[in-house]
Design a binder for this molecule. Structure first.
Ligand code: EPU
Length: 420
């Protein structure tokens, strides 16, 4: 198993360009099922485990998928899809596999997808997806741990989500594009990746308006054409480099990222006393001295992203003062705290709130990743510690970051990947 060995004492500096956002790429890959012929091409795609996993799900369904990992170009042709089942052995490894449900249902009138179950950050139900498919006229049943949806033709309708769901909004949007009539999603998630998916679907020939707001309108069309598309830059990857620099001190510029997509995060960075300069598609951050403590409440976009919570927490461990982090999206997203405590952080948890009293120094230790963002947070916390650390289970990090250690090294971090 791979692990990171991290030496302390580096200040990050330089420029880095982020890849396309994992959470835009995955639904876009699923949406290629909606196109009957032609090759869909996606660019600037990171060579990460989740992309390779979604490629395997699509191959299992019968699609031709080619991933040029050096050029970061992914080509997908779904003409020969002839299997409508996403099996347990794939879905259990990546719950985003559930995103093939909407497109399969829309194109073939049937989808059989293993129920994803819980994961390290929470129970993560799919009831809102199911409610949405039913509203569009699908018959749903559950068989031996699988969700089966059937509909000769989906019909446009109003879909109301009890709470905004990122992949739920995408799944319903993708199923409604080929429905008969108009669908309105009310209380939709507003994340930029959803707006980007809608932009891509519209380039395929869909008629979607309002994506990126809480009400999305989809006028069904008869068919969609393959596209050549470059998804938006990854705001979570960008956040990781920004907070890494706050942990170590230094000055970096992150390219290929729209500052607008990071709004709330950037406000917190300013409150923490780092300096920012913003361009249309870049962010420059200068961090010197000890960051100021800030309070965080995670919320659906445009609120503070739960995915950035473990990452900002790494930087707050050494802040001047006391920070309170209130995690409101996932009930189990504090597993990284025990590992931060191993580095000497002073954190107490009370229910869904964590209180972090900043310490002068973190000490190097052996720590362990439990999910993608927890792993990223622990890695950057270790960069700012006063001695050597080891981060284990980096396969979690590899799901969402292409060679994070090489990317951080390119900014001056002393971090290497080793194998047991
Ligand atoms: N929820 C329900 N019922 C549903 C769906 C969601 O109760 O049917 C709840 C969830 O349990 C959670 C909240 O609604 O409490 C929001 O969950 P959401 O559905 O938005 O999460 P998701 O779509 O499963 C995506 C990202 C996650 C990210 C969350 C929250 C992808 C592939 N995944 O998951 O990304 O944490 O939104 O923003 O887009 C990551 O990239 O590391 C990651 C975990």
């Amino acid at each position: 198993m791979d692990y990171f060995e991290i030496e302390s004492g580096s200040r990050l500096s330089g420029e880095i360009s982020v890849y396309s956002a994992k959470n835009a790429v995955l639904p876009m890959m699923a949406s290629t099922i909606l196109t009957k012929n032609g090759t869909n091409v996606f660019r600037n795609i990171p060579n990460i485990a989740d992309v390779r996993m979604m490629a395997n799900v699509l191959r299992k369904l019968g699609a031709d998928v080619d991933f040029d990992k050096d050029k970061h170009i992914l080509s997908i042709d779904t003409e020969n899809v002839n299997n409508f089942e996403a099996p347990y052995e794939l879905v259990r490894k990546m719950r985003a596999s559930f995103l093939v449900m909407g497109p399969l249902l829309a194109r073939f009138g049937i989808a059989r997808v293993s129920q994803p179950g819980g994961c390290a950050i929470g129970s993560r139900p799919i009831d809102q997806h199911i409610k949405g498919f039913s509203q569009l006229g699908a018959e749903i049943c559950e068989e031996h741990g699988y969700t089966v949806a059937r509909a000769k033709q989906l019909h446009g309708n109003v879909v109301y989500f009890d709470r905004p769901t990122h992949t739920g909004t995408e799944n319903i949007m993708m199923s409604a594009v080929l429905a008969d009539g108009t669908t309105k999603i009310i209380n939709a998630a507003q994340d930029p990746e959803i707006a980007d998916l809608a932009e891509m679907l519209n380039q395929m020939g869909a008629k979607i308006t309002g994506a990126g707001t809480s009400i999305i309108t989809i006028d069904g069309v008869n068919s969609l054409e393959a596209v050549d598309y470059t998804p938006i830059g990854d705001r979570l990857e960008a956040s990781t480099y920004l907070f890494a620099t706050i942990c170590t001190g230094g000055e970096i510029t992150v390219n290929n990222i729209s500052p607008e997509h990071l709004n709330t995060v950037l406000f917190k960075i300013i409150e923490m006393n780092a300096k920012l300069e913003l361009g249309e598609n870049w962010i420059k951050l200068t961090a010197s001295g000890c960051p100021r403590a800030v309070d965080i409440i995670t919320d659906p976009y445009p609120g503070f992203a739960t995915d950035v919570q473990p990452i900002i927490m790494a930087a707050l461990c050494r802040a001047d003062g006391t920070s309170v982090v209130w995690e409101r999206i996932f009930e189990n997203r504090f597993i990284h705290i025990m590992e931060l405590q191993r580095l000497g952080a002073n954190i107490t948890i009370s229910g869904d709130r964590a209180t972090i009293v900043g310490v002068k120094q973190l000490e190097g230790a052996e720590i362990m990743a439990s999910d993608i963002r927890a792993g990223a947070g622990l890695t950057i916390a270790a960069l700012g510690a006063n001695s050597k650390s080891v981060v284990r289970r980096v396969y979690h990090i590899d799901r969402g970051y292409q060679r994070l250690e090489e990317r951080l090294s390119s900014l001056g971090a002393k971090i290497v990947r080793k194998t047991d």
